[in-house]
Design a protein around this ligand. Sequence first.
Ligand code: GAL
Length: 475
Amino acid sequence: MKSTQVVGIIAALVVVAVVAYLLGTMSQKPPTLTTTTPPTSPTATTPSAKKITFYTWWAGLERFAIDAVIGNFTKKTGIQVEKTAVPGGAGVNAKFAILALMQAGSPPAAFQVHCGPEMLSYIYVAPKGEASFVELSQVAREIDMSAQAADVLSACSLNGKVYALPVNIHRANLIFINKQVLDKLGGNVPASLDELVALCGKASAAGVPCLLQAGADQFTILHLWEQVFLAAAGPQKFIMFMYGTLPPDDPSLRQSTEIFLTLAKTFPANWPALDWTGAVADLVAGKGLAHVDGDWVVGLIYNVYPQVKMCPYSAVTPDCNIIVAPFPGTGGVYNLVIDSVAVPAGGPTTQLGVEFVKYFAGPEGQSIFNPLKGSIAVYKNIDPAIYPTSIQRWEVGEYRNAKAYVFSLTHGALFSDVWQMLMQQSIVLVQTGRADLWYDTLSKALATERSLWKDTWYMGAPGKPFGGYQPPWVK
Ligand code: GAL
């Protein structure tokens, strides 16, 4: 890694280290101020206490699924899981808090991470690189994942090795449309970028915000750009972005940015103050036409707005409130967001951390977690009837029949400092409309991304590169 990039990561770490430290200590008992009992660090609990720390961003209105898993795990094993939840959708704060702990040599027993290159950022900063994490391929075999979820496991593999076990499959390329607002406008569910732009034009003419995106936790802004890019560029170029091998002057970057800026004009006036849960609240209340996001929105609506009826675009009923459809122009593609859990090696609670991930990623943990989370389980032999929403049952078919799979850039496909830079600059892009600055950022992001991939690293298993794209440096 180049020294400027290390400095970039470290600078971000310093800012958040304080937050991480405060959150870490706040979630524990205050240290006893005697000379014999030193203050505890997050991993300093003894194994005999049977207590571990799990770092996550599933907090607030997103807590239901993880709390159900932890409750059942503790009941079954007697192991307490102290959830240190660092709020901020998509891990906008948590990722850097975890990086800071890793860097400081006091990692938690287990932490939330996305399958994909995101894991590489942790490997980079950890004192012993890959050896700082438990290699989980054997655990995957023990919980039958290798047999029942070979495709996801291969997607979660770095050079064929598994460092984080998947607990679900989320889909990022979705649009959520308020049916009553759509009916009032007299529109149809858009199937292409052109149709979306036309529909948003119609909404704007009627004084209705078209896309309820959220600036306060930043990620849904980059998320929207990403979806437009996926529609404009297609899966192959999208995967090249992940590896940083897409030429920065590829026309798809310009084309998607222009469309994105047109769509950004249709955000509500309060977009900088909204976070994703606020945007969903406004969508449900009919304060705008649509919201572009992943299917954690399905979990949020299911848990928090039980009276709201969601339906897939292919089966719209008159009593439906929220229509869920693939983001226009991305039908047939599954933009993967795979939540997973990694376990740092060599700590006093490492073994308990392994037990936790084994349960959570196993069939029982996934059957508790996914129905409440809005996602689907990775196991092929889990019956879709366990899902409480028609959206999840529809997604099982969409996932199995997809013609292409890509990792979401906003949720795991980028090194963390590249991701942060793009997220921040996407906000500036909306605020200023300065496409020229954004093209510079894209160019820098692609170059940094490319340089951070070691010349031996790739996603997938030997002979089975992720998404069918073999980066040029892998012979
Ligand atoms: C994603 C994550 C989801 C959900 C979402 C909003 O990155 O994979 O599980 O938490 O962020 O916070």
